[in-house]
Every structure is written in C-alpha cells, then in structure tokens.
Design a protein around this ligand. Structure first.
Ligand code: ATP
Ligand code: MG
Length: 252
C-alpha cells in the first residue's frame, strides 16, 4: 500500500520477519512488514492482541533484532551496527516508553528521569530536563519513589525519561494503557506537543481509538502483517476499522 507522505521516514522496517522460538512452537510475530514512520509526525500502531505491535516497536527501536528484513533509524541500517554503536545510536536518538513502566523502584522520580543520561555518563541539558519536569507535572513528586505514585504519575515519569536525552524519535508502547481518561489525555497531549512543538517523531502503540485519533496517521497490524494505514484518523473511523479486523480474525 502506498502513502502520500513525502518526508523521509525517521525510522522503519522493510520486509520485517520476526520468528520467536523454532520447530513446532515457532511463532511468526512479524510476517513481512514494511512500514516507515515519517519524521516530525505522530504515528499510532493498532491491531488485535498478539498481532505483533510490541515486536515491531522493539525491532524498529533496535531493542531486538529481526529474523530477516531490515530495520533503520534515519540513514542507518541497524544490522550494520555492532553492539557498541547500536547502544550509542539508541542513547543519542531514541527514547522508549515500555508497555510496563519499567521504573526502578529504588530510585526517586528525578533519578528515574535522568537514568538514561546517568548511565551514559552525561548530564544532558539541565534546562531541557527542568522544562520536561514541568511539562509532565511532576515537580512536587521529584523525591518520591515510584511505589508512592499513582499509575498515571508513574507513566508520566516513564514519558519524561523517554524524552530526557532529547531523542529524535520516541517509541511508546501503550503509554495510556493503565491510565484513566484524564491522565491518558495528558500523556497524549505531551506526545502530541513533542511532535508539533519540537518537531520530534513519535510512534505509539494503543488499543484505544480515542488515543489513536491524537496521531497524524494510524497503521494497522493483524497476524504480523501491515493491513492498512489511515491518515487524519478520527476515533469513529478507527473504531470501525478495528471492528472489521476483529471480526475477520475471530473464529466464525
Ligand atoms: N519472547 C517471546 N517468545 C515467544 N513468543 C513471543 C515472544 N514475544 C512475543 N511473542 C509472541 O509473538 C506474537 C506477537 O507478540 P507482541 O507482543 O508483538 O504482540 P502485541 O501486538 O504487542 O500484543 P498486545 O496487544 O497483547 O501487547 C504473540 O503471538 C506473542 O505470543
Ligand atoms: Mg504489546
């Protein structure tokens, strides 16, 4: 399927296949996916549970490797990088919000946010971090630990951490999955602002048509394949498309 997008993708995969395990128990999580995530745009990935959304994000972000096909970030094909250069590329250009928040329970909010920078041995930009803390509304919680925060606050810490190193592209796996609608809307506004105000690229997995409607474009996966793309999504249009996918996948 072709798109009308003219900008060069910030990241993506071509002919992506990912097989977990081998023999009788092998699972083909990605079955020949080609998709680009346009620079400076907000893309949502949708599809039934098990359709390969997290796998696609992990492979596109260089957190996991494809069985075949290529993954690229900017001009760089990830399979050409050794571990050290892949780590540097991720550190300097990519942020990730995991499906589980993955906050470190023994660290404070402030320490969790700057963890990627501390691991990299840099201070980053103190002004950027400071502004980010206000954007996510966590200034009065900086010295709390994750267990002392609500689910929504924890997710906002995870979002702030993903943006801490001023990455070009942020991948977010169900960033609103555990949030009520108000906290979810705040996180979506954060992601949308990052795209529209600071020209970053955001790729987000979601099950929620309302969340997907915040994106510029939705790509739909089913059974490890890309089955559709929708520009300028609305919640109603996305819901209709998802219903069709679910019906098709359901046993009759
Ligand atoms: N480490 C793994 N080992 C074996 N199979 C896996 C592994 N990770 C994922 N899978 C399988 O690959 C398929 C795709 O999984 P993936 O996590 O990408 O789905 P998803 O679309 O993110 O689903 P959800 O919406 O439930 O998060 C599923 O069938 C899953 O069981
Ligand atoms: Mg998933």
């Amino acid at each position: 399927m072709t798109t009308l997008t003219t900008t060069r993708p910030a990241a993506g995969v071509t002919g992506a296949v990912k097989v977990y395990g081998s023999g009788d128990t092998a699972v083909r999580a990605l079955d020949g996916v080609s998709v680009g995530f346009p620079a400076g745009r907000f893309t949502a990935i949708m599809g039934p549970s098990g359709s390969g959304k997290s796998t696609l994000m992990h492979c596109a972000a260089g957190l996991d490797t494809l069985s075949s096909g290529t993954a690229f970030i900017g001009d760089t094909e990830l399979s050409t990088l050794d571990d050290r250069r892949l780590t540097l590329l991720r550190r300097d250009h990519v942020g990730f919000v995991f499906q589980a928040f993955n906050l470190i329970p023994t660290l404070t909010v402030a320490e969790n946010i700057t963890l990627p920078l501390d691991l990299a041995g840099t201070k980053g930009s103190p002004e950027w971090i400071d502004a980010l803390i206000d954007v996510v509304g966590l200034r009065d919680r900086l010295h709390h630990r994750p267990a002392e925060l609500s689910g929504g606050q924890q997710q906002r810490v995870a979002v702030a951490r993903a943006f801490a190193g001023r990455p070009d592209i942020v991948f977010a796996d169900e960033p609103t999955g555990n949030l009520d609608s108000r906290a979810g809307a705040e996180v979506l506004d954060l992601l949308g602002d990052a795209v529209r105000r600071t020209n970053r690229t955001v790729v987000m997995v979601t099950h929620d048509p309302v969340a997907a409607a915040h994106a510029d474009e939705v790509v739909f996966l089913a059974d490890g394949r890309l089955v559709d793309r929708m520009q300028a999504p609305t919640a109603d249009k996305v819901l209709d498309r998802m219903k069709a996918l679910d019906t098709k996948g359901a046993p009759s």
